[in-house]
Write a protein that binds this ligand. Structure first.
Ligand code: PEP
Length: 256
């Protein structure tokens, strides 16, 4: 629960260093002064440095798409949270469904990655969500609990304020299928109750992700359970991304 909307763009494996810098320049030029929206972007790892350079001095926050748990060591191909922090990176996505389904990341590993990110001072944006089969089998809430519990077990009270949760039904990611408003509300309420069990002092921050675009965003953001959105496809189209920011700016921040 935040007093500002949060919009995070996941660029996935799109926009290499030069394209990303050119895209960031367009964002810098087009970004309005935002009164009630925080704008974060997650470029590919190799594009982090040029995007940071291009967005220096703006309010846009830059983050990574994944992070390892160890500070350094024999982990070929992985990225240390300490190295990210050294680069001025503020957050990392963790447990995106593409990491879980395509690269076999378990919820235990997602918990470890979350812990590594938090220990290095980063914010961890932890993604969870059910597949279509799990939803039709009536297992949505069980899956959310299975994915979130190891993460919450590993988060200390002090670090809980640097955890952002993203509810992303796998069947809605990149498919053009958006979860129904009632499905989003129920999933977010389930996540809120899992968070409440831990008795953290901070409230959970919960984003929705899955085929968000300028045509559906206003009604999703108007839900009292939704703090913002994690956006893939529409975040790498300048016009759509700026429209999403404009919609967030027009939407009151009211949590029930
Ligand atoms: C995502 O990659 O997290 C995502 C939500 O993608 P899209 O907006 O394209 O569905």
């Amino acid at each position: 629960m935040r007093n500002r909307h949060l919009l995070i763009g996941n660029w996935k494996m799109n926009l290499g260093p030069s394209q990303a810098a050119a895209f960031a320049l367009k964002l810098r030029e087009g970004l309005p002064k935002t009164a009630r929206t925080d704008v974060w972007v997650a470029p590919p790892t190799v594009s982090l440095a040029p995007v940071c350079a291009e967005l220096a001095g703006t309010s846009i926050v830059v983050g990574a798409q994944n992070v390892h748990w160890a500070a350094s060591g024999a982990f070929t191909g992985e990225t240390s949270p300490v190295f990210l922090a050294d680069l001025g990176i503020a957050f990392s996505l963790v447990g995106h469904s593409e990491r879980r389904t395509l690269f076999g990341e378990s919820s235990q590993q997602v918990a470890q990655r979350t812990q590594g990110a938090l220990a290095a001072g980063l914010t961890a944006v932890v993604c969870i969500g059910e597949t279509e089969g799990e939803r039709s089998a009536g297992r949505t809430e069980t899956v959310l609990e299975e994915q979130l519990s190891p993460v919450l077990e590993s988060v200390s009270r002090d670090a809980a304020g640097r955890v952002v949760l993203a509810y992303e039904p796998v069947w809605a990611i990149g498919t053009g299928k958006v979860a129904a408003l009632e499905e989003i509300r129920q999933a977010h309420r389930c996540i809120e109750s899992l968070w409440a069990r831990k008795q953290f002092t901070s409230s959970p921050v919960i984003l929705y992700g899955g085929s968000v675009n300028p045509g559906n965003f206003a009604e999703i953001l108007a839900l009292p359970e939704v703090d913002g959105a994690l956006v893939g496809g529409a975040s790498i189209k300048v016009d759509q991304w700026l429209s999403l920011i404009a919609i967030a700016e027009e939407s009151p921040v009211a949590r029930g």
